[in-house]
Design a binder for this molecule. Sequence first.
Ligand code: NAP
Length: 524
Amino acid sequence: MYASLAINHRIETLKRRHVEFACTRSTTRTHGGSEERCPLRIGPIYTPAVAATATERKLLIGGDWVETGEWLEVSSPYDGSLVGRVAKAGAAEARRALDAAESAMRDPIPAHERAAILDRVAALLAQRTEEAARTISAEAGKPLKAARVEAARAVSTYTMAATETRKLVGDAVPMDASQAGAGKLALTLRVPIGIVGAISPFNFPLNLVAHKIAPALAAGCAVVLKPASQTPLSALFLAELETEAGLPPGWLNVVCGQAGEIGDVLVDDERVKLITFTGSGPVGWKIRERAPRKRVNLELGNATPVIVAADADLSDAATRLAGNAFSFAGQSCISVQRIYVERESYDAFLERFLPLVEALRVGDPGDEETDVGPLITRSERDRVLSWIEDATARGARVLTGGTLDGELLRPTVIADAPRDALVSCDEVFGPLCTVTPYETLDEAIALANSTRFGLQAGVFTSNVKSALHAARELEFGGVTVNEVPTFRADQMPYGGVKDSGNTREGPAYAIREMTEERLVVLQL
Ligand code: NAP
């Protein structure tokens, strides 16, 4: 099944690439007893032997690619075909990974070297975005168009993390501002918090991993990463690039497998100082509850609302919304879900919006033309269908979609959904949005705020006063104006309030979370 010719070819390619990028470290380190030196420059070459093939990957622990004898199969959400397999870890491998991370952190990497490694990962990824996009598409069922955007964004995440590494500073403290401080000088240093445990979801299997492991390295923290079991290949691809970029052993460890077992080790082991979790609310909040003495950063779900005022450019709003309510079949935490339109423009908006939704191409995510692919599992698709049934049974109307195209759920627009229907108040995480007319802006804001979520929200209006009023009153981590709230640039502070989370990602913000401020007082 896993062709050995392909394996050998891949191994040779990896070794060649590795030599090109390994001549960088300026300190002396050994790995597995062997140390090689680049004739031109400085540091040792870490030879992380064999990453594996494009379809068969091993765990990364302490710089070694590790097999466990057990495998986790990765299959296509589109047609169930086998995409690959990864070595399966449990508690023992998670503990070994923590040992490796602990030992790595005993030998800190200076900021300029961390930044250089991050820059090299960005460069390597930029060369291989098509491979990254195809891996994302195959394992997550994400349409290629969207997968390419994700791969390009991951390059940006690494670039920003490298920039932030070079800017990582503390503050000066104005000591003579009080009598007690007179005659003293004080400053704060930003020191790494310690080992970071990272847990990532299936829906952005490359860039959301990048948003954890790039800032961690920028902050000087070693990481033990547990990627989503449905999509571990993209994470291991990124790990391969990090090792090719010269990351010394132990700074990044990737363990795939039993979520509960690995999660328990990360929660229980005192060496893990911070857990960064992106995923569903119940899992995230439970981890936080169980680890009161750690920093637990949560990036969770949303039921994303958008307000379209009558004075908005309706065509522009309709185009942006049709493109973003259904991208990756709605499986983004900021996929547009609830659209509130001022009543006088409601019909005019729908006249523009519905044909655009109906024109979206549903199909094979590997097809260049596909806009909307599968949900991650058939049971997820059936759950969304049952939510549509729940809404229609309570008086809602399906304006378009609501049925299957082959095995795939068509983009669905629902009107007249009761406020307490699941599609109105919970996270659909599928290709579905509701449309609802409103009378006043404050009514729309109250509707937008009416769920337990608070990640991002949007408002379309040509009135600056209305935009700023909405921005102030919407209880969300971010508010977009005349842009869909699905928008994210990777340097933005990104995160939620209420049930949507308790932190901000984006390298500059994540690095702050992953470092502690240490005060230094000098008697002059
Ligand atoms: P999920 O089921 O919560 O899984 C997320 C991660 O948690 C996976 O790696 C999963 O591992 C792991 N996990 C599950 N149970 C665990 C446990 N007991 N201990 C430790 N780890 C555990 O979420 P998902 O279905 O992958 O992702 C969808 C959710 O993520 C949605 O709610 C979405 O809104 C949210 N999300 C939020 C953001 C954001 O930035 N705010 C971004 C993307 C997604 P297994 O895969 O092995 O089960």
